[in-house]
Design a protein around this ligand. Structure first.
Ligand code: BGC
Length: 740
């Protein structure tokens, strides 16, 4: 006994370098052993110290034990600039400008998991180089309404598509010893009332629509951290929600990572202790007047927790569980010396950013082959619209970035056509000329004091003189557009763009409308315009990616990750009337009355209305012909699978990529099921004349619905159809089979 005490005393008094390497610092030992070792050496105060923030974006380590601080940062499109210790404002560092990658809607529109991996790898490298241990993203909240201000940060409306895209993104980030932090768990599907909205949703809808992408992140990508959302569910805030965090995330899915609160999403110490929160960030608690220490010491999981333990009111079981998780995260990230040092602003990252943008741009309409623009025949190109000249990497809320460079659409077009055609620009309209977020300014002066009529007259006159007009408009990242903490107020475009587009179309029939947005928008002029391109907030290389598609250097191959409804009433959440457009200071129920009928599931059900553009839709400069799908057997046994094959041929003259989609339809069930659900997709590259056979395997999983009474996934025997499609509204062929 005496010997043990002496040894312990030596270990405590000797500096770390002079001690025999403790187990927790020995990377050759299993992580769980290291966790237990570190935990056993920590004092109560040190344990409390690692479960809440010590600054805006970091939590403390254990200085005495050489356990470093844990640094987080947004997320999800690039690494956010450094901010002051206690403020949102950028700190003015000169070495924190990043490469901005396209917004996650663009990534979803690529329908290419390899591209998602590339995205994650590059972002992870940037984060690692910048010393970030946790990158606050990706976001996988389902696009329930086109009006949600944060749709642009998410992966679309379909749980299967979002799941397939989120897994490689997370794997790519984490390869760098940087944790992804999948957010916002869960049911944060509107920005209005994001702090007061209490989602009222049935279990079937929760499990079928709103949880699958999170589940894939946890069970397939093994994400190391997750962010609890601001809103409530079952009357309890989601960052300390017993059902979501204890029962589902940590119970059913076996999550071994860290739950971080959204910034300011913690409200209650007792719930935070028992309901699964592991690290508390940015609580808006004041420090008692004259009290010692810092505000952070008074967070819900700081002094109040310590007091409860010291007074015997609560034990340390929950605390130890939280600390174990934090230590595990640290060993995976900031204490992982094997993951390299990352890299930043490399040409490889710019090239990746450009490639992601090029693959995600969606060609929506192209009458008479107006696109691609042929510089040999188009000598005078007119570009109109504020979004051609507005930097879009600044703004939108927490995902706002400070970029090393950003190629604007006008510059991309100009660069590409230099020496080939004359490119002129007129403004056409003024949207929001401001460009500042948390002290990062674009440096652009976009002010124009002319009246709307003057601007329009100038644009129309210029359009008459041009061989081709490219209008670049859409939404922007200002409040009330695609921006955090507020929703849009309408589906349509602002700033008089709709009537300007009509006037331009009348002045010049060769009009290409480029819509920049992160959400579906209304297009009342759709029939009056020959060519429409959907692009996204495409980051540092936005202009180059766009120009490459417009001029045909790249054949567009993106498809829509969400339905573009013709009218807002055609969206389930709005048709059934429980979308609150007004802010409420008190808790307010948000009833998900439309249930599982979100996006195309709703559009399919409303046979009478047709969307403006369906989910999964996108054109190419070439054409594809689908063969008749075949199936290898007519019956699926409970643990077996069927294989569906279809040939796809490039029947045009250019090489291109087609996204072949597989939907499954349950012909008869004891519950109402969607007409069809996406259960597979493949992006296939084809040279002119080339034909390939695509195969999909369908197992029982693809046939299930969630039976809330039994609390399990159920596949009912009977007839199913496998639909091969080019979009949710373009079924190329189907084959039937029976589940035994
Ligand atoms: C957002 C999160 C973000 C956090 C930190 C919150 O307002 O909802 O998505 O990661 O701020 O910036």
């Amino acid at each position: 006994m005496k010997r043990v005490i002496t040894l312990l005393a030596v270990a405590i008094t000797l500096p770390l370098a002079a001690q025999q390497k403790p187990v927790y610092l020995d990377e050759s030992r299993p992580i769980e052993e290291r966790v237990e070792d570190a935990l056993s050496r920590m004092t109560l105060e040190e344990k409390i110290g690692v479960i809440h923030a010590q600054s805006k974006f970091s939590s403390a380590g254990v200085p005495r034990l050489g356990i470093p601080e844990l640094w987080t940062d947004d997320g999800p499109h690039g690494v956010r600039p450094e901010v002051y210790w206690d403020q949102w404002r950028q700190a003015g560092w000169t070495n924190d400008s990043c490469v901005a990658f396209p917004a996650l809607t663009c990534l979803a529109a690529t329908w290419n998991p390899d591209i998602a991996l590339l995205y994650g790898q590059c972002l992870g490298e940037e984060a690692r180089f910048r010393g970030k241990d946790v990158i606050l993203g990706p976001g996988v909240n389902i696009c329930r309404t086109p009006l949600c201000g944060r749709n642009f940060e998410y992966l679309g409306e379909d749980p299967y598509l979002a799941s397939r895209m989120v897994v490689p993104y997370i794997q790519g980030v984490q390869q760098n010893g940087v944790a992804a932090c999948v957010k916002h768990f869960a049911l944060n599907n509107t920005e209005i009332n994001r702090h007061t909205g209490n989602a009222v949703v049935d279990d079937r809808t929760l499990y079928e629509i709103y949880l699958p992408a999170f589940k894939a992140a946890v069970t397939e990508a093994h994400v190391w951290s997750l962010m609890g959302s601001y809103n409530l569910y079952k009357g309890q805030h989601c960052s300390h929600n017993a059902r979501l965090l204890n029962d589902i995330l940590k119970g059913e899915w076996g999550f071994d990572g860290v739950v971080v609160s959204d910034w300011g999403a913690t409200h209650n110490t007792d719930e935070a202790i028992t309901n699964g929160l592991d690290i508390e960030f940015d609580s808006w608690v004041g420090k008692p007047k004259g009290a010692p220490g810092k505000t952070y010491d008074y967070y819900y999981m700081a002094a109040p927790y310590l007091q409860r333990i010291k007074s015997g009111k609560v034990g340390t079981k929950e605390l130890d569980d939280k600390v174990r998780r934090v230590l595990r995260l640290m060993f995976r990230t900031c204490m992982n010396t094997k993951a390299g040092f990352g890299s930043m602003c490399s040409e490889a990252h710019y090239a990746a950013s450009r490639r992601i943008g090029e693959e995600g741009i969606v060609l929506l309409k192209n009458d008479d082959g107006l696109l691609p623009i042929d510089p040999a025949k188009t000598k005078r190109v007119l570009v109109v619209g504020e979004n051609a000249i507005k930097m879009m990497t600044v703004g939108g809320g927490s995902s706002s970035l400070k970029v090393q460079r950003e190629v604007l659409p006008l510059d991309g077009i100009r660069n590409r056509l230099a020496g080939l055609a004359e490119v002129t620009f007129v403004r056409g309209y003024v949207g929001d000329p401001s460009g500042e977020a948390d002290g990062v300014t674009t440096g652009q002066n976009l002010k124009d004091d002319r009246s709307a009529a003057e601007l329009r007259a100038e644009a129309v006159e210029a359009a008459r003189q041009a061989d081709c007009v490219i209008f670049v408009g859409g939404l922007n990242k200002s409040r009330g557009q695609d921006c955090e903490d507020a929703d849009r107020i309408r589906l349509g475009l602002s700033y008089g763009q709709d009537s300007l587009i009509v006037a331009l179309a009348e002045a010049n029939p060769k009009l290409v409308v480029v819509n920049v947005s992160g959400s579906p928008v209304a297009m009342p002029w759709v029939d009056r315009v020959p060519a429409i391109v959907q692009t996204w907030y495409n980051g540092s290389e936005a202009g180059n990616s766009l120009a490459a598609v417009l001029m045909g250097d790249v054949n567009p191959s993106g498809k829509l990750p969400f339905t573009f409804p013709a009218r807002i009433e055609d969206v389930g959440a709005h048709a059934l009337g429980d979308y609150h457009a007004k802010g409420s200071r008190d808790t307010i129920d948000i009833r998900y009355n439309e249930g599982i009928f979100v996006g195309y599931r709703w559009a399919d059900r409303q046979k009478k209305t047709k969307p403006l553009f369906p989910f999964g839709y996108g054109l190419s400069y070439t054409t594809f012909e689908y063969g008749r799908p075949t199936i290898d057997r007519k019956t699926l046994t409970a643990d077996g699978q069927v294989t569906v094959s279809v040939s796809v041929k490039n029947t045009g003259e250019r090489e291109g990529q087609e996204i072949v989609q597989l939907y499954v339809s349950d012909k008869k069930a004891s519950v109402e099921r969607p007409v069809k659900e996406l259960k597979g997709f493949k992006k296939v590259a084809l040279a002119p004349g080339e034909e390939k056979t695509i195969t999909f395997t369908i197992g029982r999983d693809a046939l299930c619905f969630f039976d809330a009474t039994k609390h399990e996934w159920v596949a009912e025997p009977g007839r199913f159809e496998a639909l091969i499609a080019a979009s949710a509204a373009d079924i190329k062929g189907k084959v039937a089979f029976d589940l035994e």
